[in-house]
Design a protein around this ligand. Structure first.
Ligand SMILES: [Zn+2]
Length: 456
């Protein structure tokens, strides 16, 4: 149960000032169940500037009960509730001090709708109650009167509850909030040390083995979300129990986080990533010389020992590409593995005429034709550098791709110009090339603003 409170006072700070009005709505998270509202005689004059703000005059409160007369009501009404207010410390401090003058102790769990709004609805221009209600389309009547403001705060809290995907409300209600959320074996210091920056994080088991790798724009926030989600499945319970430590690598940007994550998943093959990440088979076009001396092109899985000329995600993509190239450059379909070798190109109607199949083309002429075709493949492969934010102001990051192959990424001091590909190469850490990382880079270059991508 929440008690949403708003008070009006004779001034902006608690010492020397008193409460002139209070409104409390009891709210069960869905509906208002009860409302308490009264003017309070502050036993002092209300300054005129306050009257002009709230509309409450000294005359209005002359016959109202004093705080001591309503103190018990307020205690009863907020008993067992979470005390909620817009800028909770203001209202709470006033009440606490008023109770103190009566030798009463006032303790409640608190929630601040300003703080929560900043977290749940970030980047709004202002978090004053009036402006927030404007931004969030909350109707507010009787502005600067306790009842009107408290009512608006109820509506705001309702919106906050509905939009609280990161469970900030639960977290704020636990005094050692994050501690209660953390997996049992994970030391709090490790969690606290996580940066709120882009990068890759690793969960380790009791033997320090990596059991999960993830990437995030905000590492800390992402790690919390693992713990605050519903953990009712057996798998997620087991996962939580196996986490003994967390480590991280700052990346400076989302792109580099994605590239590193992809590399680390392939490197560690962590147990809890396996269900999500499919094995990517890389197909390629490769070339070899057959027994007769013909240069043949073929589509196949990439093998460690061979240098693929071009690689593709699927065999179909690779075959389609080769088919088009064969048409364009008049290569023999049989020698490109596009049809059975017992059938001639014309019979298979792959090509209208094939000089190899018709016995008219000599070997060296044909091989030269294949070599020229392969050269055109290489022309399609880009050499580029992508510039990204570094981990600090003093550096920037580059991702390099050379002739279509991913080389790796690195961090370059700001005073080194990003103009020479060869010079940039000296700063990068080499990473294995594969279709996944090429896909990540391709996706990026499609969407990126042109200033961050340089073609060489
Ligand atoms: Zn042929």
């Amino acid at each position: 149960m929440y008690a949403i409170v708003d008070i009006e006072t004779t001034g902006g700070y608690a010492s020397g000032n008193n409460i002139t009005e209070i409104a409390i709505f009891r709210f069960d998270g869905k509906e208002v169940t009860d409302c308490y509202h009264t003017l309070i005689n502050p036993e002092q004059r209300i300054p005129s500037f306050i009257t002009s703000l709230t509309g409450i005059t000294t005359e209005m409160v002359e016959d109202a009960p004093t705080f001591s007369e309503v103190a018990q009501d307020i205690l009863d009404f907020t008993e067992g509730c979470v005390f909620v207010a817009h800028n909770v410390n203001f209202d709470f401090t006033f009440l606490k001090q008023s109770f103190k003058t009566l030798d009463l102790n006032f303790e409640r769990k608190k929630l601040c709708t300003v703080r929560l709004s900043r977290k749940i609805f970030p980047k709004l221009p202002s978090y004053s109650l009036g402006n927030l209600c404007g931004s969030l389309n909350i109707e507010i009547t009787d502005r600067h009167r306790a009842k009107g403001d408290a009512e608006a705060t109820v509506k705001l809290l309702k919106l906050l509850l509905e939009n609280d995907q990161e469970k900030f409300i639960d977290q704020s209600l636990h005094r050692h909030s994050r501690e209660t959320l953390l997996p049992a074996h994970l030391p709090r210091e490790q969690f606290d040390a996580l940066p709120e920056e882009p990068g890759v994080y690793y969960f380790h088991d009791h033997k320090s083995k990596v059991i999960y790798v993830g990437k995030a724009i905000n590492i800390k926030k992402r790690v919390i979300s693992h713990f605050s989600g519903k953990q009712n499945s057996k798998q997620s319970q087991r996962f939580m129990n196996e986490i003994y430590s967390v480590s991280f690598e700052r990346c400076g940007s989302e792109l580099i986080s994605l590239l590193l994550e992809s590399n680390e998943i392939k490197r560690y093959w962590p147990a809890y990533n396996r269900s999500q990440k499919r094995v990517v088979k890389n197909y390629c076009i490769y070339q070899y010389t057959d027994q007769q001396g013909y240069t043949r092109l073929s589509v196949g899985l990439i093998q460690k020992f061979q240098q693929p000329i071009l690689s593709f995600r699927t065999a179909v993509e690779a075959r389609t590409f080769l088919l088009e190239a064969a048409h364009e450059h008049q290569l023999c379909g049989r020698l490109c593995g596009l049809q059975k070798s017992s059938v001639s190109c014309t019979q298979a109607s792959l090509l209208s005429s094939c000089k190899v199949c018709e016995q008219g083309e000599d070997l060296s002429r044909y091989n030269k034709k294949v070599a020229r075709t392969v050269l055109t493949f290489a022309e399609q492969q880009v050499t580029l550098a992508i510039k990204q934010k570094g981990r600090t102001q003093e550096e920037y990051a580059v991702v390099l791709m050379e002739s279509g192959r991913y080389l790796g990424y690195g961090f370059v001091p700001q005073d080194i110009a990003c103009t020479s590909f060869e010079e940039l190469k000296a700063y990068i850490h080499l990473y294995p090339d594969n279709q996944d990382v090429r896909g990540i880079i391709e996706n990026y270059t499609y969407r990126a603003d042109e200033s961050s991508v340089m073609y060489f």
